[in-house]
Write a protein that binds this ligand. Structure first.
Ligand SMILES: Nc1ncnc2c1ncn2[C@@H]1O[C@H](COP(=O)(O)OP(=O)(O)OP(=O)(O)O)[C@@H](O)[C@H]1O
Ligand SMILES: [Mg+2]
Length: 338
């Protein structure tokens, strides 16, 4: 099947040496999907045949603009939405059938968690914990305190949920996911509604959990927010998974750019040297010359410029940001909506 999606190129990220992604043993993957597809009754294809692979131990940043299909994918993974086509496995269990055995090992933060507005944060957690047949009621109090502490909600724990700010609600959702140690955490936009300090705290928390051996699948529509904490990235656009793999490999798809600073007089000559060296897309703006280093090393650029007598005042090599990579992959801005 498959609706043609026109110009969206799929980038095949080279695999780490000696191991083909396809051949990865299933036990190494905490999350796996095969041609996972969701077509809503409206005809909308929200998720279009994705083959997601989240290795165990990874912090997998599931990135994409609003409406790209992240939440729908996560809902299918958790058995909350039935796929139109394709399959999904969580911790080796086929979903939704394996839900009862697998889901107790998974901590989840999805949109609109079932909190009672008139109960305090602490009472809400106690209620969720009591509903969890696999949780030991004798250790409930201690685990709730620890979870509240971890997300910085100890002080606000006695306040009714309805009085919480968006960020506080989000933190309580995180606390609910952390009530017990989990093998896998699935966090849908955990930084939504948090201020920069709160976002930093979530990053630190994810890092700590990952260091303790938990696999984390974390989604965000803000590329830069969680990128730094991720070992792996997957980028969604219009229901399709454009690219996935280890972060440095995915980022390696982004070609480095060179920015040369010279004098306004020398800029035309500098641009000519860059073109001659095989630098792509050379542009000039006053004393600045800019181009794409496609296989040309920065050393060759600097010696070429100096050799041609260009007054070299500065040379900087910059990798594209994820946003720029996204724009290159899709030909669109990151804030695409449908
Ligand atoms: N229940 C539904 N019925 C019809 N269409 C839906 C439904 N849920 C989602 N969609 C559509 O599916 C597409 C993907 O939505 P989804 O919520 O998965 O995106 P997202 O990547 O999580 O976006 P955001 O960053 O805004 O959370 C959107 O176009 C959305 O309008
Ligand atoms: Mg979403």
């Amino acid at each position: 099947m498959g609706v043609a999606t026109g110009s969206v190129p799929v980038v095949n990220v080279p695999q780490p040496e000696g191991r083909s992604e396809r051949a990865a043993p299933e036990r190494d993957l905490a999350v796996r999907t095969a041609h996972l597809t969701k077509r809503f009754r409206s005809g909308q294809v929200a998720v279009d045949g994705i083959d997601l692979e989240v290795p165990r131990g990874a912090v997998f940043g599931f990135l994409g603009p609003n409406g790209s299909g992240k939440t729908t994918t996560i809902r299918m993974l958790l058995g909350l939405v039935r796929p139109t086509e394709g399959r999904a496995w969580l911790l080796d269990g086929p979903m939704p059938d394996a839900g009862p055995t697998v889901l107790p090992r998974v901590g989840v933060l999805v949109e609109g968690p079932a909190f009672q507005p008139y109960l305090s944060g602490r009472r809400n957690l106690a209620r969720l914990d009591a509903n969890d047949a696999t949780a030991d009621p004798r250790t409930s109090g201690r685990r709730i305190d620890e979870a509240l502490e971890r997300v910085g909600m100890a002080a606000a724990a006695a306040k009714p949920f309805r009085q919480y700010s968006l960020g506080m609600k989000q933190r309580l959702g995180l606390a609910a996911a952390l009530l017990r140690p989990r093998e896998l955490l699935v966090l849908d936009e955990p930084t939504n509604g948090l201020d920069p300090q709160g976002t930093r705290e979530v990053r630190v928390l994810i890092r700590e959990l990952a260091d303790a051996g938990t696999t984390v699948l974390v989604s965000s529509h803000l590329l830069s927010e969680i990128e730094q904490v991720c070992s792996h990235l997957g980028i969604m656009s219009r229901g399709r998974l454009l690219v996935q793999g280890e972060r440095h490999v995915v980022m390696g798809v982004a070609t480095p750019h060179v920015h040369v600073t010279t004098t306004t007089d020398h800029a035309p000559r500098a641009a000519e040297v860059l073109r001659r060296l095989g630098v792509g897309g050379v542009t000039r703006e006053g004393a600045l010359v800019h181009g794409v280093l496609d296989g040309v090393g920065p050393a060759a650029v600097s010696s070429g410029l100096v050799g041609a007598g260009v007054d070299l005042l500065g040379l900087e090599v910059r990798r594209q940001s994820l946003e720029e990579l996204f724009v290159r992959l899709t030909g669109e801005g990151f804030d695409v909506a449908r």
